[in-house]
Design a protein around this ligand. Structure first.
Ligand SMILES: [Mn+2]
Length: 424
């Protein structure tokens, strides 16, 4: 399924009068509109290969049809998203779900769609059919050396696949932990995990980064061996300068102040990457910005402030990825909505009057500080985001074009109704 460029232009033409009115208004209201548009155009969010099919819960899965059946079809789907929004020019792969059989062919296909390879993800939270040792009681933390070795070898294999494709980072998320008190010796689990990570770290190419992702709970419900940002930072600090913490928005206990975590990790130079999603209760993996858009804005506010303080390039300084699951929505529609929510929050964070905010902070003017932040958050910046997309050759209304062009119907016709993508 391809959407022809002229089709996007036709849709843009039909929407252009309304867009122009909205854009003229907002560019008159916002001081640095041009600079914001340039930054938005440069900002790309990686799409995870496992989020292109319908997810599920432990109670069931309800596939929607037309899901990608191969790595090639996953890249084609992301190509479609990128063509519409010009902001999804990267893919994050998961091994063994996405083992490239012919790396140069896969690389060429991705390049054809303007897509690069973002962080590679290893998987030691499931047993594969041909696997010798089980991860039932953990992987890098395991009490048995041979299980730990198998997990180390797998991660090194993932690095090697990534090298072939031109990726430059590895994300390690471990489901290791325990379900009951007494099951684990915490210190031993930590030490085993650290020495495993050290061996993987030693296999990283010199220009690679390693992201240590933490998660509070699930699938283990008593302890998690990389359970919070403190533990992740401890590993990353012990590992060395190529190791960083990765923040997944859904991997915290309820009401944790994630923006403060982001701020401090950036201060320490140890924030490496981001997994965007949204949640009401736990790791719900809902559409970004669907439940707590103000939190997303506050996080971006700290990201922009903290990255600027360190002179980091917003587009390339951190790994930006979505990590979501789609149970009741068309996955591609969900991803379009998620990228849009990210761009809106980023644009709003770029609008924050930093000087006024700092003055309010220095004079303990709490009400003024809130006004500064909410002035940005309550501004409708959608026309700025759409303008950035338009200038980059994308659609003014990506979801609208997706629906008008009946993309899902075409994909079902091409691939069938009963396809199931590999992934979660
Ligand atoms: Mn994640």
């Amino acid at each position: 399924m391809e959407i022809e460029k002229y089709k996007i232009e036709e849709h843009n033409q039909a929407a252009s009068a309304a867009h122009k009115r909205a854009f003229d208004y907002i560019s008159g209201e916002v001081k640095n509109a041009q600079a914001i548009i340039d930054k938005l155009a440069a900002f790309q969010v990686a799409i995870p290969s496992w989020a292109l099919g319908t997810g599920g819960t432990r109670f069931g899965r309800f596939p929607g049809g037309g899901e990608p059946r191969s790595l090639e079809e996953k890249i084609e789907d992301i190509g479609l998203l990128h063509k519409l929004n010009q902001s999804s020019g990267a893919i994050s792969l998961h091994i063994p779900w996405d083992i490239p059989k012919n790396a140069s062919h896969i690389k060429a296909l991705a390049a054809q769609h303007g897509i690069r390879f973002d962080a590679m993800n290893s998987n030691t939270f499931q047993d594969q059919p041909d696997q010798q040792h089980s991860y039932k009681f953990g992987s890098l933390q395991h009490v048995k050396k041979e299980v730990r070795q198998q997990a180390i070898d797998h991660n090194i294999e993932v690095i090697n696949y990534g090298r072939e494709l031109g990726s430059d980072s590895l994300t390690v998320w471990l489901s290791d932990g325990s379900c009951f008190p007494g099951q684990l010796n915490f210190r031993q689990a930590f030490q085993h995990t650290l020495s495993g990570l050290q061996e993987i770290y030693a296999a990283l190419p010199s220009d690679w980064k390693m992201f240590v992702e933490y998660k509070a709970f699930e699938p283990n419900f008593y302890s998690t061996t990389v359970g919070d940002w403190g533990q992740s930072l401890l590993y990353a600090s012990k590992l060395g300068p190529k190791a960083y913490t990765l923040v997944d928005l859904g991997h915290h206990h309820p009401n944790v102040n994630i923006e403060q975590i982001v701020s401090l990790l950036l201060m320490e130079g140890k924030l490496g990457g981001f997994h965007f999603n949204d949640s009401k209760y736990g790791d719900d993996d809902l559409t970004v910005g669907a439940i707590k858009p103000y939190q997303l804005f506050l996080i971006f506010n700290e990201l922009v402030e903290g990255m600027d303080a360190r002179g980091m390039d917003h587009a390339t300084g951190l790994g930006w990825m979505i990590d979501a699951s789609h149970n009741v929505k068309d996955p591609l529609e969900d991803l379009l909505q998620s990228v849009e929510a990210i761009m809106i929050s980023y644009a709003q964070a770029l609008m924050v009057d930093r000087k006024k905010l700092q003055e309010a902070q220095e004079s303990n003017d709490v009400a003024a500080a809130q006004e500064v932040l909410q002035q940005a958050f309550r501004t409708d910046v959608r026309a700025l985001v759409a303008e950035a997309r338009l200038r980059a050759g994308g659609a003014l209304n990506p979801l609208g074009v997706y629906r008008a062009e009946k993309v899902r119907e075409h994909l079902i016709k091409e691939r069938g109704l009963k396809t199931v993508a590999t992934g979660l």
